[in-house]
Design a protein around this ligand. Structure first.
Ligand code: GTP
Ligand code: SPV
Ligand code: MN
Length: 587
């Protein structure tokens, strides 16, 4: 219960609409968690993993129709349709309420309604924001407990008079035909129905910390972004901080936990966050970043002691696994993990593994684990003021076109490069995988308002902060004619981070091209790396023909946002067109 009358009234209203058998206010305690786990073990929604190898670890199998975000069922309900923009599905607030409320009527009969007060961001940070999620899913409660700071302290923050975002969630019948993820930014309200999965159901994450927060950030002068945050310690012990935005399943968790190759002695990466960053201009003119989350909801497939040793060391205790495969001795398994598929493997749907049925672990299978278990977790991760950014990196998954790395020429060109990000779609959302689409700032599924206004907001920081981070673009996913990745990726991405930091300090060389500064092959530290010179040259090559076509596509994309597109972006198009024409004329 609560002394906050507004909260009490809203919970009562939700209870009379949804008709639960009981209402449980979550305090976030260990005892409460243990009871929830017991409940889920009893009803089969969790399976206990091998207590010897995986203490306090559980497997949850989703309904097979409910394994990823559903962008086509995600709506932003604003009074004015243009405020949501062409980048969002829109419904009027009245229609949105009516539609979901009709689904909510009586939906919790026979169930317990959990009320989860939560805080996004470190305790005591002026940048942290509260929310309350109402849900009928104990799995959601257990995951929210890892991903956010839930319970008594969060409730106290709200009762002290701070505003909070309201989130209603019911799994309903998990019917894909009756599934909606609705946002009402003008009311700081989320209504989610019909899914129990990740970003559809853990409302503090994408719904609050990105869609609603991006809306708030625009009116209040900050940024809510789909970014990891990491600290890079150099051999002298200086730590610089970097944030990086890549689309879903494009390498944020991996970069955030990177272990540099042995040949780069003395370098170390510290993890501040792996998915979301809130950025504020600080009194010193720099941009400061906090991670609003407390845990990782990370992609399992591809994670191994070779690709991400820090992540493997984080997992294996107090971890919830969702939709991974199960070995005969009750250990989690997925494609790309260290051990080969054992005899008697059970797939993510609980069937004996048969390659004819597809992969053993769902491609979007995930782990939920507390960030505090990560060996590289930054000592600054809970700093109330956040960490100051030296660079912001954008990237996508592109088998062609985008070079390994390039540096934007200035802030507005950086905003252009970020707005022009394109990436191949992944299993993180329902739909076709591998389709190239524009994913500005890696926020296509997450920006809670019109992208054109968002780009203008980004551009406005050019005058809001005097010591802005430099902006870069990376692509770890270039492929050769045989379809193999050209760049080793993972830990070797440290070589690119090193060039980026050296560019920030004015130490490294680069070649000026119309799209920005690319490294000369000799500017990338390849100590200890076996890579053919021709491959490295191809990775950093700039191709005017390819980019002429790309720019046409970028300009056409901007044009779909009409006259709201900020002039600075169109000016960048014009400049790059002119420089490309000069290049072609010179060739
Ligand atoms: P979300 O949690 O969906 O936002 O994803 P993310 O951006 O955190 O992606 P993550 O780090 O989990 O990586 C997704 C997939 O890409 C995994 O299968 C990784 O193994 C793979 N991956 C990550 N980094 C690299 C890289 O540098 N090179 C290659 N080839 N693959 C990578
Ligand atoms: C993403 O899809 O970008 C994720 C996973 O981080 S989810 O929480 O499902 O959004
Ligand atoms: Mn994400």
């Amino acid at each position: 219960m609560t002394s906050n009358l507004e909260l009490a009234a809203w919970v009562n209203e939700a209870a009379s609409l949804m008709q639960p058998n009981a209402v449980h206010w979550c305090d976030g305690s260990d005892t409460e968690n243990a009871q929830l786990i017991e409940t889920m073990l009893a009803d089969g929604s969790l399976l206990a993993l091998n207590p010897k190898t995986h203490p306090d670890c559980y497997l949850h199998r989703s309904n097979p129709s409910d394994v990823a975000r559903v962008e086509h069922l995600t709506f932003v309900c604003t009074s004015d349709k243009d405020d949501a923009g062409p980048n969002n599905n829109w419904m009027s607030p009245a229609d949105g309420h009516q539609l979901v409320n009709s689904l909510y009527a009586g939906c919790m009969r026979g169930r317990t309604m959990y009320v989860i007060p939560y805080l996004m961001g470190p305790y005591g940070s002026p940048y942290s924001r509260a929310g309350v999620e109402i849900t009928d899913s104990p799995y959601v409660v257990a995951n929210m407990r890892i991903m956010a700071r839930i319970g008594t302290r969060a409730l106290a923050h709200i009762e002290a008079g701070n505003s909070f975002v309201r989130g209603l969630h019911s799994i309903g019948e998990l019917d894909p035909e009756r599934r909606y993820i609705m946002h009402f930014p003008e009311e700081l309200l989320i209504k989610s129905f019909g899914s129990g999965y990740g970003g559809n159901a853990l409302l503090g994450k994408k719904c609050h910390a990105l869609r609603i927060a991006s809306w708030q950030a625009r009116t209040e002068g900050w940024l809510a972004e789909h970014m990891l945050i990491l600290g890079i310690e150099d051999p002298k012990g200086n730590v610089s901080y970097v944030a990086a935005a890549f689309p879903s399943a494009c390498g944020k968790t991996n970069l955030a936990m990177l272990v540099p190759p042995l040949a780069l002695k003395g370098w170390k990466v510290w993890t501040v966050g792996d998915d979301i960053a809130w950025l504020h201009p600080g009194p010193d003119g720099r941009l400061w970043a906090i991670n609003p989350e407390a845990g990782f909801f990370g992609v399992a497939p591809g994670t191994s002691t070779k690709t991400n040793p820090n992540c493997m060391a984080t997992l294996g205790r107090h971890t919830i696994y969702t939709n991974v495969a199960l070995t005969p001795d009750n250990q989690p398994w997925w494609e790309g993990i260290d051990a080969p598929a054992p005899e008697g493997l059970i797939d993510w749907q609980g069937r004996p593994y048969d390659p004819a049925n597809g992969p053993a672990a769902h491609p979007n299978s995930r782990f939920t684990v507390s960030a505090t278990q990560c060996p590289s977790y930054s000592p600054q991760a809970n700093a109330p003021e956040g960490v100051p950014l030296s660079a912001i990196i954008f990237g996508g998954r592109r088998s062609t076109v985008a070079p390994l790395v390039y540096e934007a020429l200035d802030w507005d060109h950086g905003v252009f490069s970020a707005a022009a990000v394109a990436s191949e779609t992944t299993a993180a959302a329902v739909g076709q995988v591998g389709q190239v689409r524009r994913d500005p700032m890696a926020m296509k599924p997450f920006c809670g308002y019109n992208f054109a206004d968002y780009w203008a907001h980004w551009s406005s920081f050019g005058t809001k902060a005097s010591k802005l981070p430099k902006i870069f673009h990376v692509n770890w996913f270039r492929k050769d004619a045989q379809g193999s990745f050209m760049w080793p990726g993972y830990g070797d991405n440290m070589r690119v981070l090193k060039w980026i930091l050296e560019r920030c300090n004015g130490a490294a060389g680069a070649v000026r091209t119309p799209i920005g500064n690319v490294p000369h092959p000799d500017d990338i530290d390849t100590t200890g790396l076996v890579i053919e010179r021709a491959v490295l040259e191809a990775l950093v090559a700039f191709d005017p023909e390819v980019w002429t076509r790309e720019l046409v596509d970028i300009a056409a994309y901007f044009a779909t946002f009409g006259s709201r597109v900020p002039t600075v972006l169109n000016q960048q198009v014009t400049r790059i067109e002119r420089e490309l024409a000069d290049k072609r004329a010179a060739a």
